[in-house]
Structure formats: structure tokens, C-alpha cells
Design a protein around this ligand. Structure first.
Ligand SMILES: [Zn+2]
Length: 176
């Protein structure tokens, strides 16, 4: 199958990315499919693989997405946790420290369309009266949640999710 942004068609597994294409991108998108397998199995079907915002706002007769929650960011957080365990299962890809991975993943969360709904984690820097970088309390909240999500899963959980997903959707898949 070919995954083009959010769609899949017959053929080899592949992804298109607007950034540097590498194996990390593949693992991130695979982690999204496994997150769907865990939270909403109907959406884990590669042919149903897409994201949508449930709430819209009309401006001058046009409908625009208007997220009312931070559910998309929360899904991204769960996905980063699955991706972490997938990468950890491959020693060759595991060239990073967990803290570095979480810091980068939390920083990327600010790109989510509903990030403005993410709550702020009380900042010790703020309490000390120091200047806190823009969005840092929200990024800190994401980092805390990513760590919790990583701890709530094991590598075996993720491999089991992959096997369940691949048995259902990839008839000739080999295990991770
Ligand atoms: Zn993602």
C-alpha cells in the first residue's frame, strides 16, 4: 500500500513527507495506525486512515476547522509513545536518549491545529519570576503526558498491537 499524507492505496508501503523523508517518518505514520488500532479500530483500516476535526466555524460563508478540545494533540501524544517503543524495538534506530526524544516530540506538538487548547503546566521558572518562552508551559504539559503515555505501554504491548493490526490489514506482513 502507499500512504500519501493520509490516504492509502494498493502497492508497497510508503509515505510522502514534506520534511526530510526517513525511516522515522515511516515509524511515526505506522504508530498512528497502531494508535487507531488501540483507540478506535475502525480507523485502523489503512483505507480509512485520515484525520478530521469534528467542529467547524463559518466565516464569510466558508467552513473552517475550529477545534474545541486538544484531542488531536492528545492522540499525537499517544502516537509518540507508540513510536518511541517501536523505535526502541530496533537497536539500530535507537540512537537517542528518552529525554531527547520526549523533548523533540513535545516541541513538535505545538504544530498541532488544536495546540491552543492545550493546558499549561505550572512552570517553576515562572514561579521564580523568570521569563518563560512562549508556549513553553504547554510544551511542558505535552512532555509530561508523553512520558506518562510511554510508561503506560511496553514494547510487548506495541508489538502485540502491530501483530493484531497486520493480521487484520496486511495479509502477508512479517512481524516488526
Ligand atoms: Zn502525527
Amino acid at each position: 500500500m502507499v500512504v500519501r499524507n493520509e490516504k492509502v492505496s494498493d502497492g508497497p508501503v510508503g509515505f510522502l513527507t514534506r520534511y526530510q523523508p526517513d525511516i522515522m517518518v515511516f515509524y511515526h505514520e505506522l504508530a498512528h495506525l497502531l494508535e487507531f488500532q488501540r483507540s478506535d479500530p475502525v480507523r485502523a483500516d489503512p483505507y480509512q486512515y485520515r484525520f478530521e476535526c469534528k467542529t467547524q466555524i463559518e466565516v464569510n460563508g466558508e467552513e473552517y476547522d475550529q477545534p474545541a478540545t486538544c484531542q488531536a494533540t492528545q492522540r499525537e501524544i499517544r502516537t509518540f509513545a507508540i513510536e518511541y517503543h517501536l523505535l526502541k524495538s530496533h537497536p539500530l534506530l535507537c540512537t537517542f536518549e528518552r529525554d531527547t526524544y520526549v523533548d523533540i516530540a513535545a516541541f513538535l506538538c505545538r504544530l498541532m491545529p488544536d495546540f491552543f487548547n492545550v493546558p499549561a503546566l505550572p512552570s517553576t521558572e515562572k514561579e521564580k519570576g523568570l521569563r518563560v518562552p512562549y508556549n513553553q508551559p504547554q510544551i511542558d504539559w505535552c512532555a509530561k503526558e508523553i512520558n506518562l503515555a510511554i510508561d503506560a505501554l511496553s514494547e510487548d504491548d506495541v508489538i502485540s498491537l502491530y501483530r493484531t493490526w497486520s493480521d487484520k490489514h496486511l495479509s502477508d506482513a512479517s512481524p516488526v
